[in-house]
Design a protein around this ligand. Structure first.
Ligand SMILES: *[C@@H]1O[C@H](CO)[C@@H](O)[C@H](O)[C@H]1NC(C)=O
Ligand SMILES: *[C@@H]1O[C@H](CO)[C@@H](O)[C@H](O)[C@H]1NC(C)=O
Ligand SMILES: *[C@@H]1O[C@H](CO)[C@@H](O)[C@H](O)[C@H]1NC(C)=O
Ligand SMILES: *[C@@H]1O[C@H](CO)[C@@H](O)[C@H](O)[C@H]1NC(C)=O
Length: 324
């Protein structure tokens, strides 16, 4: 946070992007390469047939970090790829991106409701996405201690689900306009919860913590850190969902329920960031609707993706190697 050095690196990445466009290099969103679709036969389990699109920069770190970026409802892997500068920044920093594509053709929302997706190794869309992570770890010598997920809207909801169901896989998450893990829990695959969306599902931190821990009851290891963002004028997923995410993750991460520090006008002039500890930050974006814009430099900083070599933010390798 407030890391001038890494912010400069992000600006450098955007500058490189401008140069790429000016010099006529084929580019979709400024990223130098295109997405590659990985055939379903190459990875498993993938019980709901989630589509697997991969972004691999031409120059990778020696042990590249992995950034998963699930799209929003009515979106696609390609939309998420072109929707932010994160793939362009992957060219600069040498991390690999996974863009899963929802198999649900009805609304292209992620399954964040089924018991399967909300259960560790229980199936659902979340398990297919984790199989993609395992594919990249195996095929690209990627770093199992630096696996991240970020997304907006349904992609933020899936980020909450991935961190809750697979705390042994992820090192951190960044969720923009999402809802707490388990808030959409319902009877079946990809069920829309109007109660959660409109902010009428309200629980205590202890209740949310119990829901997250029930996803993987035997797990006692490291919990990924999380940052969440929400607009105060969001009428798709009401702002109460920010308060529920705060209660949930501060409880799971063992943090105080009130902030230890407040940053006014950060990272945007009308936004307020509440710091509950090193492992959880929440940003209330005044006046912002559901169409909240990703601030790539904040995401890069949170995941420490500008870092190479030793001393980068990472999770302990132990949990990845010894839990299944
Ligand atoms: C990316 O795809 C576009 C459209 O198919 C193509 O024109 C371009 O050459 C591709 N770029 C690379 C680097 O493969
Ligand atoms: C969810 O699935 C798990 C594992 O399959 C099972 O133990 C649990 O009872 C299920 N919960 C519900 C609410 O169906
Ligand atoms: C976000 O800001 C709004 C408007 O000031 C306020 O009503 C709401 O309680 C804030 N939410 C949180 C979680 O601080
Ligand atoms: C993104 O966040 C950085 C702080 O890391 C801030 O300096 C910058 O102004 C923000 N960008 C936008 C568009 O809000």
């Amino acid at each position: 946070m407030l890391n001038l050095h890494s912010t400069l690196h992000v600006l450098e990445g955007i500058f490189t992007l401008t140069l790429a466009i000016l010099s006529g290099i084929p580019a979709v969103n400024g990223a130098a390469n295109n997405l590659t679709q990985i055939p379903d036969s190459s990875f498993s389990p993938n019980p709901t047939n989630v589509g697997f699109y991969l972004y691999v920069p031409s120059t990778l770190q020696a042990k590249p970090p992995i950034l998963v970026n699930p799209h929003w409802c009515h979106g696609s892997a390609q939309d998420a790829f072109t929707g932010t500068q994160l793939a362009t920044l992957a060219d600069t920093y040498g991390y690999i991106m996974i863009f899963p594509d929802s198999p649900n053709t009805a609304d292209k929302c992620w399954d964040v409701s089924s018991n399967q997706t909300l259960t560790h190794n229980g199936g659902g869309d979340s398990q297919g996405i984790v199989s993609m992570v395992n594919y990249v770890l195996q095929n690209y010598n990627a770093d199992p201690t630096r696996v991240f997920s970020m997304g907006t809207s349904s992609g933020a909801m899936m980020t909450n689900v991935l961190l809750g169901s697979y705390p042994d896989v992820f090192a951190a998450g960044s969720a923009w306009a999402g809802v707490a893990f388990g808030c959409f829990a319902g009877n079946g695959y990809d069920v829309w919860s109007n109660d959660c969306a409109t902010g009428t599902i309200i629980k205590s931190g202890a209740q949310w913590e119990a829901i997250v821990k029930a996803a993987y009851p035997s797990y006692t290891g490291f919990r990924p850190k999380m940052q969440v963002f929400h607009g105060t004028a969001d009428t798709t997923l009401y702002p109460q969902n920010l308060a529920e995410e705060i209660k949930e993750w501060t409880a799971v991460l063992g943090l105080p329920s009130t902030p230890v520090q407040t940053l006014s006008n950060y990272p945007d002039s009308t936004w307020t960031t509440y710091i509950y500890g090193d492992t959880f930050h929440a940003t209330n974006a005044t006046g912002v609707t559901h169409n909240i814009q990703t601030n790539e430099s904040v995401v890069i900083d949170w995941f420490d993706l500008q870092c190479r070599g030793t001393g980068c933010y990472s999770r302990p390798a132990y949990d990845y190697l010894f839990s299944t």
